[in-house]
Design a protein around this ligand. Sequence first.
Ligand code: GLP
Length: 262
Amino acid sequence: MEVVILADDAAVSRLAAATVSQLVCSRPDAVLGLATGSTPRGMYAEMVRLHREGRLDLSQTTTFNLDEYVGLSPSDPTSYHAYMREALFDHVPVRRWHVPDGLAADIPAACAAYEREIVAAGGIDCQVLGLGHDGHIGFNEPTSSLGSRTRIKTLAPETVEANRRFFEGREVPRHVITMGIGTILESRHCLVLALGEAKASAVAAMVEGPITAMCPASALQMHARVTVVLDEAAASRLSMRDYYRSVYQSKPEWQRVEVDAL
Ligand code: GLP
């Protein structure tokens, strides 16, 4: 895993947006895997800014989101459909975007179809991921099979609590549809973002802990190309953080993503 430690949310968001933009510049019809949650908000804001400045064009790009709540319609403001429209798609037109259908009558069939659509699009070139406090990616809670595919999951009580702030007194959904860990591992590049002290333990378990279903993100250690972009607080429990800093500082020019070069 490449671990990049930056000063703050703004720097993480800029590098994440630049990484995605550089991919789309070199391959306009790239397939992006997208995430929701508070962490990637700054990245989307940065992508909208790049688009307004004429430096990012997603009009030939296809996207697939990781997950959606079961039972929420796309027009529900707390759905991930609504999140994605508000954060990105209302501002930056894409060729085609996909978010799992939380209202699907036949959920297993819808999940299988989602997997087929990803394959038909040519697979995901870059999958953006946030990280749950318990080490989940997408909505793959601890003990999820490391080979899992898109399917229905029941949220852990801690995740329901963490999501309560978005529901303003309404009942928080317990069930979700999420890409599986096996689905995520098939992406060509995984770009994991984490911010803040509250994520520090999960980050340390993901990068330096054992590969275990108790920390689903640790499965990313098996992936050939993962970039983990962290602020200082999220990196604070990594025992090898000085090494990661020196690796990043001495990276060859040709491997660098330049945030201002787009
Ligand atoms: C939810 C999402 C994940 C996200 C996680 C962390 O569980 N399904 O994709 O990574 O929340 O959210 P936040 O970025 O708000 O901390």
